[in-house]
Design a protein around this ligand. Structure first.
Ligand SMILES: C[S@@+](CC[C@H](N)C(=O)[O-])C[C@H]1O[C@@H](n2cnc3c(N)ncnc32)[C@H](O)[C@@H]1O
Length: 171
């Protein structure tokens, strides 16, 4: 009986995870984590700017959000995959990360006016939509950090060796 329940629970987790994986693959980007080296570069780049509250759009398992929180930043980790959200909530609890706010939502449905920076690791197909949205909603001089993929209509203020692109919101 216990085996059957465990199998059922695992099957539900598997189905939910892959439903959102496929959804993310179609509209933005499925889960693929940023490497430790790239996180270090992003933090180094962020330190060149005056930033307090960062939105991470598609936070995955939260590794970037928690690393940023350890540096003292306030981070809103936005993720729509409930399994990844559960993992983040567990990590937040274990690590007592008070500066990480986990938001289970589609990042395209939120407003970003209260943030002064955004971290993004998403496919180019959603970047154009986000470029417009973040430019309009975020304050002037907000910092956008993109891992691997570039905004087509913006010029980065810096580009690092492991593909961290930094943009400043010129409005
Ligand atoms: C390439 S992964 C990046 C994960 C994390 N930011 C990192 O750098 O390690 C993209 C993440 O965005 C999430 N995602 C994709 N589309 C989303 C959406 N519309 N709303 C919220 N999360 C989304 C996926 O579930 C996935 O976890």
């Amino acid at each position: 009986m216990i085996e059957l329940i465990a199998l059922l629970v695992l099957s539900v987790i598997y189905i939910v995870y892959f439903y959102y994986w496929i959804k993310a693959f179609r509209i933005s980007a499925p889960y693929f984590p940023t490497s430790k080296k790239t996180i270090k570069t992003a933090i180094k780049e962020l330190k060149n700017h005056k930033v307090k509250h960062i939105a991470e759009l598609g936070a995955g398992d939260g590794r970037v959000a928690f690393a940023l929180a350890r540096e003292g930043y306030e981070v809103s980790a936005i993720e729509f995959n409930p399994i990844l959200v559960l993992i983040m909530k567990f990590r937040k609890l274990i690590g007592n990360y008070k500066k990480v706010h986990i938001i289970r939502e589609d990042f395209l449905k939120l407003n970003y006016e209260k943030y002064d920076a955004a971290f993004i690791y998403l496919y180019p197909k959603v970047m154009d939509k986000l470029a417009k949205k973040l430019t309009q909603e975020m304050p002037k001089n907000a910092v956008f950090i993109s891992n691997t993929f570039m905004f087509h209509d913006k010029k980065p203020v810096s580009t690092s060796e492991n593909k961290i692109y930094v943009y400043i919101n010129e409005k």
